[in-house]
Design a protein around this ligand. Sequence first.
Ligand code: CA
Length: 248
Amino acid sequence: MPLDWTHAVRTDLGRVRETNEDAWLADPRIGAFGVADGMGGHAAGEVAAGIAADTLLETLRRLPPDARAEAARQALVEGITRANERILAEAEREPGRAGMGTTVTVLVLLAEGRWALGHVGDSRAYLLRNGTLRRLTEDHTWVQGLVEKGRLSDEQARLHPRSSLLTRALGTEARVSVDIQDGELAPGDRFLLCSDGLTGMVPETRLSEIAREEDDVESLSERLLSAALEAGGTDNVTVLVVSVQGDQ
Ligand code: CA
C-alpha cells in the first residue's frame, strides 16, 4: 500500500501579540511534521520553539526511510529530550533567555503505514478520519487536571482564565517526560497539528465542522487560521494540516 501525503501550514502573529513565538517543522520527504509554541520574554520563546523544531528535524532525518514505528518512537523521545537539554543550556548561557520554554507536538508518518507522535505541552494533534475529529494529545495544563477530575468540562477549561498554565514543557526541568503513541495510517486520513492560539479561540465542534467542509489542505489551513483570527486572535496561531493519500 504505497502512501503519499501533502501538507499546508499557516502561522500568524494574531491580533494582539507583537511577536510570533510559534514555530513549525515540515519535511514531507521523511514524513515529519510538528508545531512548537514558545514562551519567555525578549523573544526568547521564539528561540526555544526554534531550537525544538530544528532539533527534532535533525534527529528525525537520521531515521532510515523504512523505519518502523518503534524506531520512530525512540527517535521522538531522543529528539525531544535533546531539544530540552539544548534549551536549558541556551537559557543558562544567555541570561536574557532564562526561563524560556516551549511545547512540542511532532508527527512522523511511516512508509510501513503507521504514524508516531511525540508530545509535550498544550499544542495539539488531531486525526480526522471518516468525518470524525479525534484529539490524539492530552494537554499538559493545570485546567486539564481539573477536566480529568470531572471538575471542568472541556469547554470550561478552554475558556478558563488560566487555561494556558502548563504543567509540562521543554526548558523547565532537567528531565522531560514525553508522551509517545503510534497508530495505523489509512488513505484519507488527515492530521491537524496546532498551537493553542487555534484551540483556545475556536471550539472543537467548530474545528470539526470546518474540517468536514474543506478537503484541500491549503483551504482547510486557511479556514482554520481565519476562524482563530475572527474569534479574536489573542495569541499566535499555527495550523499544520497533513493529508494522506494512497490505494488500499
Ligand atoms: Ca500559544
